[in-house]
Design a protein around this ligand. Sequence first.
Ligand code: HEC
Ligand code: HEC
Length: 317
Amino acid sequence: MNKIYLWGVIVTAIMLAATGYTLIETAGGKKDLSEVLSGDIVNTLAVAGAVALVIITVFVVLKYVRQMQVDSADGELAEESWDDIGEYYNPIPTGWAIMYLVTMVWGMWYFVVGYPVNSYSQIGEYNEDVAVHNAKFEKKYASITGDRLVEMGESVFLTECKVCHGLAADGVDGKAADLNVRLAVTTVKDVIMNGSNNSLLGSENPMPNRDGIMNANKDYAPITDAEIDTVSAYVANGMSGEGADVFAGACAVCHGEDGKGMEYVAPNIATYDQTLIVNVLNHGKKGSIGTMPAFDRLNTKQKEAVSAYIISLSKGE
Ligand code: HEC
Ligand code: HEC
C-alpha cells in the first residue's frame, strides 16, 4: 500500500475522534458517543454527516496529493528561475483567482467574526433547545401524581409499548411479557436454571444459575429439580400456595422473606415496582420470552408514569 493511503487512514481516524469529542461536548449532558447516538435522530444524523464529510474530505485531498506525485507538466518555461525552480507560462484563470481571494476573505471572517471556533454550533443550539424544552416539560408535569400519572402512563404505553405487549398488556400470545402478572412460571424457571444478568438492579449484578443456588435443606448442595418446579409455581402464583419453605430456604437470602427484593442485592419478584420497571426501560431485557429494547428516549416523568400504569394493572384497577 502506498504510504499516502496509510496517512489518509491515520488522518481520518484522528479527525473522526475529534469530531466524536466535539459532539459529546456539544450534546449537553451526554456521557459518551453511544448515548449521543441513541439520544435522538437529529444527533445521529449530525454524526453521520460529520463522518461522511471527514471521509470525503480526506479522500479528495488524497486524490490530489497522489496526482501531484505522479503528474508531469509541460509547456513553455519562463525566463526567471528561483534556485533552479522554474515556472511555466500558465496564466491563472480569472475565475480561479477571484474564488481564491473571496475564500481567503470569507475564511478570515468565518474564524474571527462569523463563528469563532468553539463558540457556536447548530447542533449545540439544537441540543440546548431540547434541554430547555425538557426542563419546561418536567416543570409542567412535575405535580402530576396518582390517577393522572396512571393516565399519562397509559398513553405512553399505548404509543410505545402496545406493539409488543398488546393493548391489554397481556404480551400478545407470548410475544412479550404479560404485564398483568408479575412473572410467568416459565420465566421464573428459566431464570433459576440459567441465571439472569439484565441490570434489573440498575447495574450488572447477576443472579447465579441453579448450580449457585443452595437447596432448601441448606446442606450445601444445589437446588433440586423438584424444588425448582415448586418454587417457580409459588413465585408465579403471586408468592402463595405450596413452596413457601423452598423460597424461604433458597431465595429469601437475596430476594427477601416477602420476595420484594433488597436494594443492591436482588430485585422485587413479588410485585412490580417503579425501580424495577425503570431499570428494565433503561437497560432493556433479554430473557426466555425474547428481547425488550431499552427506552432511553422516554424522559424520567414518562418512565415514572408508565411504571405507575403497569403497577395499576396488577392491582386490577
Ligand atoms: C445470590 C442471590 C440470589 C439468589 C439466592 C436468588 N436470586 Fe433471583 N435474582 C438475583 C439477582 C441479583 C437478580 C437480578 C438479575 C438481573 O439483573 O437480571 C435476580 C433475578 C431474579 C428473577 C428475574 C426477575 C425478572 O423480572 O425477570 C427471578 C424470577 C428470580 N430472581 C427468582 C429467584 C428464585 C425463585 C430464587 C430461589 C430459587 C432466586 N431468585 C434466588 C439474586 C438472587
Ligand atoms: C420490541 C418489543 C417490545 C416493546 C416495544 C416493549 N417491550 Fe417490554 N418486553 C418485551 C419482551 C420480549 C419482554 C420479555 C423479556 C424476557 O424474556 O424476560 C419484555 C419485558 C418487559 C418488562 C419486564 C417484565 C419482567 O418480568 O421483568 C417490563 C416491565 C416491560 N417489558 C415494560 C415495557 C414498557 C413499559 C414498554 C414501553 C415503554 C415496553 N415494555 C415495550 C418486548 C417489548
